[in-house]
Design a protein around this ligand. Sequence first.
Ligand code: GAL
Length: 680
Amino acid sequence: MRPIYAGILHGGDYNPEQWPEAVWADDMRLMKAAGCNAMTVGVFAWSRLEPAEGVYTFDWLDRIMDLLHANGLRAVLATPSAAHPPWLSRKYPEVLRTASTRIRQEHRVRVNYCLTSPVYRRACAAMAKQLALRYQNHPALMLWHVGNEYHDDCHCELCQQAFREWLQRKYNSLEKLNEAWDTAIWSHRYEDWAEVRSPQPWPAGEWSMLALGMDWRRFVTDQSVACFRNEADVIRKITPDIPLTTNMHQTTWGFMDWARFAPHVDVMCWDNYPEYHADAGDVARAIEVGFAHDFYRSAKRQPFLMMESNPGSAQGKRQKRPGIHRLQSLQAIAHGSDSVQYFQWRNCRSATEKYHGAVVNHDGRSDTRVFCEVAALGRELAALGEVRGTPVTTDIAVVYDKQVHWAAEYSTTARWDRRSYIQTAHAHYGSFWKQGLNVDVIESTADLSPYKILVAPVLYLLRPGVAESIRRFVEQGGTFITSYWSGYVDENDRAFQGGFPGPLRELLGVRSEELDCLDPEEENRIQMTPGNGLGLSGEGVVHHFSDVLHAEGAEVLATFVGQYYAGRPAITRRRVGKGTAYYVGALMDDAFLDRFYAAVLKDAGVTPFLSEPPPPGLCVRTREGQSGCFVFLLNFAPETRVLTGLAKATLVSGTAEKAAAGWSVPANGAAVLRLNMNPA
Ligand code: GAL
């Protein structure tokens, strides 16, 4: 993709169609004052662009595009397909979404469309074509933004039929489907394709067949990608040189498998709405958000865009404390974003989001706290233009796989309400975060060749080929770490026979005979084996999950202290080929994980960027610039933090001070340094 802008994008969702034109000139003045350069227009503007079928009213958008250009601003031009007009629903009820109750919804809210309806697809493609033809040569046009946050499903008869066809393509025969879904259980065997229906929550319909649920989610993701492609393909034909994307959401949100969009967009982008409470210090939240940023960057192994964020507060929620907006924005840049975009530019006057944080609030003033913070950030981002497009490099990958997430959370066998798949992934990722290391967050099926360390906690479901690719990774010298509750089911949620962790058993050299789910108040401990190869001593604390483990060729690094499996293996390691495979057979406390990973890094020969880990709460991340490395210091701790080392770095921007002891960063502060050589 060619660079879409010389520097970092700064701007956000702009809805001029909600305002009289008299406000527009003021908007332009304020956008410039706020240091904006990229505004997203048209996201939900369908009824203003096509008030009746085939009647297009682009005149107002022409004037907005011209105004943006005249004021030195670029347009992220959206197709309005996420909010179709009432006339379309009235004339063609099939475009409306049907809930899992099988009741067709009325025209409502937005994202209220059927994912299959040919009428809806035709209407979207026609609108996309008109927009592309009209603005293909407009100088303000910078990036296409198709739809808005694809989410949820539609259960109408069109979708049911499309699902069956999707299944027919996947399984070829009903016999194969019956086998894959294990329909012998509870007499679910299908004799006719017409018997296959989408899942429904209890008690209304079929919720017990997890394989059906998994395939339904895959199908819904594919249908959403198809809706995206329906518009994108039309636009690409007309403007092949203008990049194109859609805005996604938190990795954990809804049941969209966002990674499936990666091959179809030119740049990944997502909408980031964390609730940071700075005065308490918010390291856990910073780790979660960093993880999501890393997921979106890793999905295409290139910088991404943060397409929405909230410069103020979500309505009715705690206001972001001064400085937090800047910290959150620089966090995105540190993890590989090339933008800081907002929802929204100007507070809307009505409906549910009228008190949602915005750059310009109902005052319409430029001297509010939020506006001033945005404007100051705009100046800072302009000075950081060189960071745009620079890569984030790393030897370490943590696996986050939406299909594993679905299966783990669907499973009724373990107490996942206590500690979910994603929390465990965050905990392991957090150890690297605390070491000041860049990390990629990848799907289990991703190419592993760029990495030296692969961490896949709770790899509960093994997609086809994953066990083989992990084995190759280890044999060729990689270090692989996985945990309890890994290698349990195949992609159709069928338990592996012959011992867990299933196809990973031989590589890891362990067999888990039982998985013990402790009561919430219970605690166990592990004891490092004297003289263990990792050089660790002492104990670690266990909650919730532990394996009753047999070492089958693996070296025992730690054993359980309590319970009926006291003295049995808890953590193991096996050298295979040129590499190493670790098994962490319990849900360990964070302090232990931090010690464990520090030792694993050493054993794997991965040298952390910093000679000492940064002080608690201070996140250190790097992007590789042409003229040196940009080092981001982000202080999520409630007090000043001092980073020792990096004496040769220079301050590019921000609130860090170089003191005798090192770089001092105040609470909620953030700074960018430049380093031209190895840290000293
Ligand atoms: C996003 C959505 C925006 C706006 C925002 C409010 O998910 O794309 O249109 O509703 O949430 O936080």
